[in-house]
Design a protein around this ligand. Sequence first.
Ligand code: BG6
Length: 495
Amino acid sequence: MDRKIDSPCIMTIFGGTGDLTHRKLIPALYNLFHEGMLPQGFLVVGVGRKDKNHESYREELKASVEKHSRFKLNKDVWELFSQKIHYYRMEITHSEDYDGLKSYLNSLDTSFSTEGNRLYYLSVAPSFFETVTCNLHAFGMAENNSSWQRLIIEKPFGHDLKTAQYLNKIISEVFPQENIFRIDHYLGKEMLQNILVIRFGNAMFESFWNSRYIENIQITSSETLGIKNRADYYDSSGALRDMLQNHMLQLLALVAMEPPASIDAKSIRDEKIKLLRSITRNNLGTIKENIVRGQYSDGAIGSREVPAYRNESGIPRESNTETFIAASLMAGNFRWGNMPFYLRTGKRMRQKITKVIIEFKSLPEILYFKEYKGMQPNLMEIRIQPSEGVSFSFNAKKPGTHNEIANVKMDFCQNCSLEHNSPEAYERLLADALKNDQTLFTSWDEIEASWMLVDNIAQLWNEEKPDFPNYKPDTFGPPEADELLAKKGHKWWNE
Ligand code: BG6
C-alpha cells in the first residue's frame, strides 16, 4: 500500500551547512530525485549562519553528493536537482530572523507552486530544538490551514525521561503528534523493515517464534570506529543513550513484538509500545546483575594504533562514560516468558556489524546429540549491515562413508548481487515523511518507555564508579559481557 509523494512542498533544513545535511540528507534527496520520486514542486532551503549564496552552497553540496551518494553523480541529473536547492542565511536563535525566513519561503511558494506545504528538518544540536520550534509557532509558520506543516526531529530526543517529556510538551504545543516525525535512522534500514515481513509473512518462522523453541536471541551492533569528532555529545551520552535507548530497543521491539492487527503505522506502533513497556516493567528490579558496561583502552585496530577513550581529543581524562553496553533483558510475556534477549553495542570493537541471532533450543542429548561432539544448535541470523540477508544453520551428514556430521548453512544474501543497491535509510525516511507515513518513525510512547528503562540503568551506574578502561580495541568488549551469557549457559555467536 505504497503512497505516492505527490504533494509539493519546501523542505527547510535547520542546520543546512552541517555534517548530516552533507553526508546524508542531500545525498538521499539526490537519490530520490534520480529515481524520479520527488514531485515537481519540491524545493530544499538550507538554513545556516554562514555567508554564502545559492551557487556556492550548491557547489559544496555537489562535492558531498559525489562522495556520499549511492548513485554516481550524473551531471545532467545534478544540474536539474541543484536548481531545487536554495540557501537562506539567518541566526536561528534570533527571533527577528524568522520573519524574514517566513517571507522568503512564501515568495518561493509563489514562484515554484509549493502551495504553502512545509517540511521542517531540525538537523541542529538538541539545545536548539525548543528555540526553533517556538519561533516557527510565534511567526505562524507551523499552522495547518489549507496546507500542511510537518516537523522532522533528529535524535537524541531528550537526555533522560524528564527532558524528553519537556521536549515533547514543547513541540506538541506547536505541532500535532501526527505531524511530528522522530527519526531513528535504523528504522529506515532495509533489513529492519524486512524483519516484520520475515516474521509475519512466513508460517514456518512465525510458528516457532517463541520461548518454547528459542533458547535466546542476541542483538549486536558493533563498530570499529571511535567517537570521531563528537566528544562533547558522546561523553554526555555514552553507548546507553546513543545506541541502546533508540536503535537497539527499536530492533528488539521489531524482533519480539506480537503480530499487529494490520500493517499500518498505528497498529505496528501499538505492538512495539506494548513490547517496550513489558521490557521496562520486567527488568527494572534486575538491572544490576544483567547489564555490563565498558570503555575502551588504547590498542590497535588491525595495524592502526588508536588512543584510549580517555585520551580522545575533547574527552576528560577521568571520564566514566561507557563506550560499550551489554544487557540481558526479559520480555516476561506469554510468548517469551523468561527467555533472555541479549543486546550489545560498542565502539572500537572487532567488526562493524549489526545482526540478530536466533538460537534455537537444542534437542535432548540422545541419538546424534549423544554420539557426536560439537553439534551446534540451529541458528538463524538476520544480517542488517554491512551485509544484508538471512541465513539458517543446521546439522547435516558429511558426504562420505564415515558417519560424520557438519554444520551447514542456507543463505539468502540480499546485497550480494552487484546490481543490488539498497536505498540508504534516509532516502526511505525522507520519502515517508513527504508521504505522511509515520510507520518508520518513533512515537512518543515508545520513546517514553525506552527512557524509563535507560534512566534506571543510568541511576544505578551513577551510584558506582566503574573500573575503566576494561576492554581493548579490536575485541568483542569486556570479559564481563561473556560472563553475562555464560552464567545462563550461553555464549555470544561472534562469527
Ligand atoms: C548514531 C550514533 O545514531 O548511529 C552513532 O549516534 C553511531 O554513534 C551510528 O555511530 C551508527 O549508525 P550506523 O548506521 O552506522 O550503524
